[in-house]
Write a protein that binds this ligand. Structure first.
Ligand code: BGP
Length: 476
């Protein structure tokens, strides 16, 4: 059998994308609460607080806050062994800088995790999944400020102490490396709570914020181990591998540089120090970061136990004559792979890429891995009889699981589990749409917020149930 007997099959979500109840139980606003709905090609806007007349899709989301029992029951019916979600930081520390946590928020997660455990489903928890308190953005400029390290560590410790006996697998910052595309205001805001002003050097700010987050993450890892040595704390990378466009040596070197710029975050998480290529890059760019000796010691002492990553698609990069040093620029050098089909949102479909990603990550970090996101966003059509025939989703997932199995069986990578994104339809992180559906469970709600929120299984529901029952052997 390819997969270990205790392989963690399941699904993954993030609090802001499904919970709703954005002001309930003492919750404060997060960065997700001030992002309007966008669409494919129409970016979400970031507003200065919650403004009247705007459509904020995360405020209600799919109302998991009130319906989680019904949803967990459906996950249990599919045989889930694991459920990855995040704790909404603002349920625990509504503004981010309080001394004491909000008991009502803690109680919600106690109940949620108990509900999972009742069915033998192991909760896998991300501490910061694009959910920084908006209070920290307004008051401190988000992770521009070193003070946010302490706020995050305080929050992390509260969670480890309270839930450490219920949750073994943790992750610190979701897709911390998305912000390598520092031209994207969206990524800078979601990852680090950065709002860019005139005269700001976006690249320098990104490196500084990422440094503070890496230190915060390392301090959290060390604290978790001190609180309970059984806890496993991982990092979480967005793993979109890049291929050289051709075998021209310049394309290959551009690809090497691009992989450096995208995945150096993982090096710091795994080895507790900065790789030479990033130090050289900062020097060349004349970027001087606030890095103290204590920071360097913290990074060393808080290396991660495993590498969690998301995989959806791969891309290609190409050299150009104006860039003889092969210095990768995310906006300029990246494109879609012409050999691959694409989703309606223009994301390529590349099952081999997941095997490549597993090998690449394992070769680099030699740590156990956890695929904590992989899925297919599509426009689902509900038939008259209420069914959704999402064969395309089954095809996508089956092909990816097959390639993942090959990585385990042939290449011998160490894989802990697979939580597909997202077992139930939720609000899209990039576009804010409901229309971009990923679920095995359909949720009756549209982009404008209309619908009964009723849940119903799609065709893929039974399919995944069988995949889990056969430990990934039967993918038909
Ligand atoms: C990842 C995020 C998730 C999730 C997923 C799918 O980047 O970690 O939060 O949403 O991508 O993306 P989207 O929802 O934009 O389709």
């Amino acid at each position: 059998m390819a997969f270990r007997n205790d392989f963690l099959w399941g699904g993954a979500v993030a609090a802001h994308q499904l919970e709703g109840g954005w002001q309930e139980g003492g919750k404060g606003p997060s960065v997700a609460d001030v992002m309007t709905a966008g669409a494919h090609g129409i970016p979400r806007r970031i507003t200065d607080g919650v403004l009247p007349g705007e459509n904020y899709p995360n405020h209600e989301a799919i109302d998991f806050y009130h319906r989680y029992k019904e949803d967990i029951k459906l996950f249990a019916e599919m045989g889930f062994k694991a459920f990855r979600t995040s704790i909404a930081w603002t349920r625990i520390f509504p503004q981010g800088d309080e001394e004491k946590p909000n008991e009502e928020g803690l109680k919600f997660y106690d109940d949620l995790f108990d509900e999972c455990l009742k069915y033998g489903i192991e909760p896998v928890v991300t501490l910061a999944h694009f959910e920084m308190p908006f209070g920290l953005v307004k008051k401190y400029g988000g992770f521009r400020s070193r003070e946010c390290i302490d706020f995050f560590v305080r929050y992390a410790k509260v969670c480890f102490e309270r839930f450490g006996h219920k949750v073994k697998y943790w992750m610190t910052f979701n897709e911390i490396n998305n912000q390598c595309n520092y031209e994207s205001t969206h990524h800078l805001f979601q990852d680090s709570g950065l709002i860019i002003g005139e005269g700001d050097n976006k690249e320098a700010l990104m490196y500084q914020a990422a440094h503070y987050e890496l230190v915060a993450s390392a301090l959290a890892v060390a604290a978790a181990h001190e609180i309970n040595p059984e806890l496993k704390v991982g990092c979480m990378l967005s793993m979109s591998p890049l291929y050289p466009k051709t075998c021209k040596p310049a394309d290959v070197m551009t690809q090497v540089n691009a992989m450096h710029k995208r995945f150096w975050f993982g090096e710091v998480h795994a080895y507790g120090k900065y790789p030479a290529y990033i130090l050289k890059h900062l020097e060349r760019r004349n970027i001087r970061l606030d890095i103290t000796d204590d920071d360097l010691a913290a990074l060393k002492a808080g290396t991660v136990d495993y590498v969690g990553f998301s995989y959806y698609a791969s891309y290609v990069v190409e050299s150009n004559e104006e860039n003889p040093a092969y210095d990768y620029n995310e906006n300029r050098d990246i494109s879609n792979n012409p050999y691959l089909p694409k989703s309606d949102w223009n994301w390529t479909i590349d099952p081999t890429g997941i095997r490549y990603a597993l090998n690449w990550v394992y070769d680099h970090f030699r740590l156990p891995m956890f695929i904590v996101e992989n899925g297919f966003g599509a426009i689902d059509v509900k038939e008259e009889d209420g069914t959704v025939n999402d064969q395309y989703r089954i095809d996508y997932l089956a092909a990816h699981i097959k390639a993942m199995k090959e990585a385990v069986e042939y290449d011998g990578v160490d894989l802990l589990g697979y939580t597909m994104w997202s077992p139930i339809d939720i609000v899209s992180a990039s576009t804010g749409e409901m229309k971009k559906r990923y679920g095995f469970i359909y949720v009756d709600k549209d982009n404008e917020g209309n619908g009964t929120l009723e849940r119903s299984p799609k065709k893929s529901f039974e399919w995944y149930k069988n995949v889990i029952a056969t430990n990934g052997e039967d993918l038909q």
